[in-house]
Structure formats: C-alpha cells, structure tokens
Design a protein. Sequence first.
Length: 140
Amino acid sequence: MKSQKGITLISLTIYIIVMVIVVTVVALISNYMFKNMNSVSEAIDPLTEYIRFNSFFTDEVNTTGIKILDCQDDYILFDNNVQYTFVEANEAIYLNKAKIAKNVTNCKFSITENDGKKQINVQITLDDNETKSTTYTLKD
C-alpha cells in the first residue's frame, strides 16, 4: 500500500470552519471595542475641558514679561501674538486657530489691577451650566 500524504476533504472542512469561527470572534471583539471608543470620545467631561484651557492659559500667563495688547469680553491678545478667543457659535475656546476647549457655553475675559500688578479674570460657563472663575496674575 502506498502512503497517503496530504489533507483530506474532511480535515480541510474542519480547518475552514475553525478559521471562520476565529475570524468571527475577532470581528465581534473589534466591533465592540470601536463602538466603546466612539461613545467614550462623545462623552466629554466639561471639567476636563476647563482643565485643558487652564493649563494652556496658565502657561501663557506665567511667561515673564508678557504684556496684554487687547482684551475684550470674548478674546484676549498678548504681545507675543498669542490670542485666546471664545467662539459662541462653536461653543469653543481657541488658542490662535487651534481649538483647546469645547462644550463651553460662555467665556469672558477681563483685566483688573491689584497692588500694581495686572490680573486677568476668566469666567467660563461649561456645558453642564457650572461656572468657573479664575484670576491670573501676570509676572513682571
């Protein structure tokens, strides 16, 4: 009798069935993962947006010798050509042209002077109607 090497039709069918099951499981897991990633990215924590803005703005204000060129309710312009702007239509705050905070329903900038130092008051109303007010003092 000669030896029979190779794959039989039954073993080939079993291999194909196993591969279909494996591919189906991987597809289901991937689909579930991508759906969860989309839902997480849609659920934005308003406090996270405030912290993101605060980190950028604090960095700017802590620059030694920076001066304010112009300040209105919805924007502030520094002498290094950096401008923070609140765009009500987009519900966002922009650093020059880059969006740094979203889901902000209102933002007001104002300048005061205390003990000879300029202070910037920023009042932000977040998407959940929580208002945060922070005062930043410019470094000399």
